[in-house]
Write a protein that binds this ligand. Sequence first.
Ligand code: AMP
Ligand code: MG
Length: 327
Amino acid sequence: MIVLGIESTAHTFGIGIFDSEKNKILSNVKHMFKPPLGIGMLPREASEHHYKICDKILKEALNEARIKPQDIDLISFAQGPGLGACLRIGASVARFLSLELKKPLVGVNHCIAHLEVAKITTPAKDPIMLYVSGGNTQIIAFDEGKYRVFGETQDIPVGNLFDVFARNAGLPMPGGPVIEKLALKGRKYLSLPYAVKGMDVSFSGILTSATKMLQKEKLNDICFSLQETAFSMLVEVSERAMAHCNKKELVLAGGVAANKRLREMCKIMCKERGAKFFVPEFQYCCDNGAMIAVLGAIEYDAGVETKIKESKIKTKWRTNEVEVKWV
Ligand code: AMP
Ligand code: MG
């Protein structure tokens, strides 16, 4: 089965094509909306970007996969969670293609797609996933019939912590990579609010404290401390989730997975517990259409189909609300 997957939950518009018989991703094309310098995410402008670029991305994805529209057997799209204005573009393109090509439609959950693509592109079979991006921070695993959230941020996502701090410090966007570079030159650990509450984390106190420090401390040291504190919190909760669920694998996903220090800390934790650690190839770590195609294929195989009238976007679709028929 050839599946075309559409991602448009936030700033990325992506289309990926997956051949489920060969278990092979044939193409994965995407383009990201970049807000003007000094400004955060703009949902309406991002959705305009998606609307303008969708045609081009579709053509490129088909070309790269060397297939024609008629070769497609199934259309899948990210139905949520995400920004309404952005999700609507992907859903509209998906409905159009489904009607035009007379092929079935499957709306999938974006967060679970991150986990399922990791199972296709790494040796992980039943992992805990630490999913860290600009819009999400969750620790997810399959447990007792469902994908469950074992820990998450109570306020801002960790990628957003980096981006907003960078903006406050006058650094270019996205903040994460710039902070990572500066952190390498940091020498002094400055105490920041380490906020682990049960299995959840909170980053807004770190953001306020780190921003205040800009007046008197060295930027390199603040960046170093920001990373050390935020990542320690995430690794602590991930480790506890692994122990609780008795899982022996950790997968890191989301845009923040690019960070070498976070990878190193996860690796050390896994080594100490005799567990395995995997990071998918980066194109499958950040938001992408291939992961939506992969989950679409899995769900359709298990008998899931989304009729047009059920294809309304779900901006707040929680991971644990998804009925899992395929595991
Ligand atoms: P996503 O939302 O998955 O597209 O990922 C984007 C987020 O990842 C932004 O918040 C970036 O600041 C963050 N990010 C990207 N590269 C890095 C990095 N090397 N270290 C930390 N955060 C990063
Ligand atoms: Mg994502």
